[in-house]
Design a protein around this ligand. Structure first.
Ligand code: HEM
Length: 255
């Protein structure tokens, strides 16, 4: 069994800080939202203070995330290949709602080159580069209402910011529950959580002997056979291929 480093240290630090801050924001946010009916579990002033501090920390952490994504080019993992995207999304969706209950195999295998399946790519992309910026920007406008635009579509500027903030907050919270549930679909129930802690993903035997190699460059390979649909210059070699040596990951008999 091979191990590949999928989640570098900076990403794991960002992720678990993000999770902690998120939980604080959800608890203080819900508490403020229902404060008109009762002091849910945190007094309003305290909840507001905690929410503001957590929001600032979330923003700083997000800037850190964006900078490191650019430096390490991690953002490329979130961009799906458009060719055949609907079929691939359908395949993954079908696996989650049907295949998984029948013990079907994962339609896409994790590799260093392809960390995510197409559904993860689209979801993470939308969450991190669309919803997160919206919740952060609207949050800052709510913290400094004097900076909010005076008029948005005929309404006072702060009100649309508040509505957008609450709606996006709701969707991000829903995402988190779906995300935790789907993260249990690793090789074992806890495998993905372990990977997000130590950074490593375990590649299991059944995928190891199936290698997709870039025809022109033996060093560029992945265990995701679906990549062949997208890249014409990749080919699949398996254990059965006389020339392919899984030990050395090379073609012994090739000229
Ligand atoms: C208790 C809450 C959470 C848990 C237990 C959790 C768990 C995980 C796990 C196990 C992974 C790695 C496997 C996978 O990719 O599915 C992961 C990746 C990821 N999570 Fe979470 N997560 C949580 C909350 C969040 C939140 C709130 C966000 C963003 C708003 C988030 C964004 C991400 C992203 C973007 C990745 C992929 C990172 C990368 O490799 O580039 N997670 N999470």
């Amino acid at each position: 069994m091979n191990k590949i480093l999928l989640y570098p240290l900076w990403l794991r630090i960002w992720h678990w800080l993000n999770v902690t801050i998120f939980l604080v924001l959800i608890a203080s946010g819900i508490s403020m939202h229902y404060s008109a009916t009762n002091d849910l579990f945190i007094p309003f002033q305290t909840a507001m203070y905690i929410h503001n501090i957590a929001g600032i920390l979330l923003s700083i952490n997000f800037v850190f995330y964006v900078i490191f994504n650019i430096i390490t080019k991690n953002y490329k993992h979130y961009i799906p290949k458009l060719k055949g995207i609907t079929d691939r999304l359908f395949k993954q969706g079908l696996y989650y709602i049907y295949g998984v209950f029948k013990g079907a195999k994962h339609p896409y295998h994790t590799s260093k080159e392809n960390k995510f399946n197409p559904l993860q790519q689209l979801t993470y992309f939308g969450i991190m580069f669309f919803l997160m910026p919206i919740i952060i920007i609207t949050g800052w406008f709510l913290m400094f209402p004097e900076l909010a635009p005076e008029n948005v579509l005929g309404m006072g500027g702060v009100w649309p910011m508040a509505v957008l903030h609450i709606i996006v907050g709701f969707f991000l919270s829903i995402f988190m529950f779906g995300h935790i549930y789907l993260a249990t679909h690793g090789t074992t129930l806890t495998a993905n959580f372990k990977s997000m802690i130590d950074g490593y993903h375990e590649v299991h035997e059944e995928h190891e002997d199936k290698l997709v190699v870039k025809s022109t460059n033996i060093d560029q390979y992945t265990d995701d056979t679906n990549i062949v649909d997208i890249h014409e210059d990749y080919k699949i070699y398996t254990e059965g291929d006389k020339s392919y040596n899984p030990e050395t990951k090379s073609f012994d008999n090739e000229e």
